[in-house]
Design a protein around this ligand. Structure first.
Ligand code: AMP
Length: 192
């Protein structure tokens, strides 16, 4: 099973993607997590990454496309995957769908997490205290939300039109368990 999660930073999509990937036993590909791992390398790439990520900017499409190609070609993704945080730009989306077409793969579900931006700001500020993330102060949060509106919303809008039958809007303001139940219900309903 192959799934894409969309949603602004702080919408809870990462938490839900992790839970759902464990439940279905498929890979959870969080590009944010993968990039944060790369930051530990302390080489030229990581110092460039640190600059972009800590200011809330997006990292280059080229790097993300390479990371995702490697992951999708690896054994861990043979049974399927949840993409969490990718594609984030139209160029990444075009790249991904060409890759999938070339490899004769299809996407089964796209979930789009909806939540108002004030709630998102509050959630991220709380998370910054708990996880000590350097990209979670108020200015950076605002930049990340702006990037989401400018770069990522056009992608989810395009895919919602192109893949109407597999695209579902999720009310992300609810409790974690409630959202998880809804996602599992949607998946099970389509399976049987
Ligand atoms: P996240 O944990 O998904 O909010 O990602 C944290 C940061 O990693 C983002 O603010 C970006 O700087 C970078 N990032 C993650 N995924 C992508 C992507 N698909 N394209 C560009 N930058 C990304």
């Amino acid at each position: 099973m192959r799934i894409i999660f969309f949603g602004p930073p702080g919408s809870g999509k990462g938490t839900q993607a992790k839970l759902l990937a464990n439940f279905i036993k498929i890979a959870h590909l969080s590009t944010g997590d993968i990039l944060r791992e790369k930051l530990k390398d302390e080489d030229n790439v990581s110092s460039e990454l640190k600059k972009e990520m800590s200011s809330g900017n997006l990292v280059s499409d080229d790097l993300l496309n390479k990371i995702i190609t490697n992951k999708l070609n690896s054994k861990s993704c043979y049974n399927g995957f949840i993409l969490d945080g990718y594609p984030r730009t139209l160029s990444q989306s075009n790249f991904l769908f060409s890759f999938l077409e070339f490899n004769n793969l299809n996407i089964d579900f796209i979930f789009d997490f909806n939540i108002d931006f004030n709630s998102v700001e509050k959630r991220i500020l709380n998370r910054s205290i708990q996880e000590k993330r350097t990209d979670d102060n108020l200015n950076v949060i605002k930049n990340r939300i702006n990037k989401y509106i400018k770069e990522t919303l056009p992608v989810s809008i395009e895919l919602s039109k192109k893949f109407k039958n597999i695209f579902t809007q999720i009310d992300a303001s609810r409790e974690i368990s409630e959202i998880q139940k809804e996602l599992i219900k949607i998946i099970k309903k389509a399976e049987f």
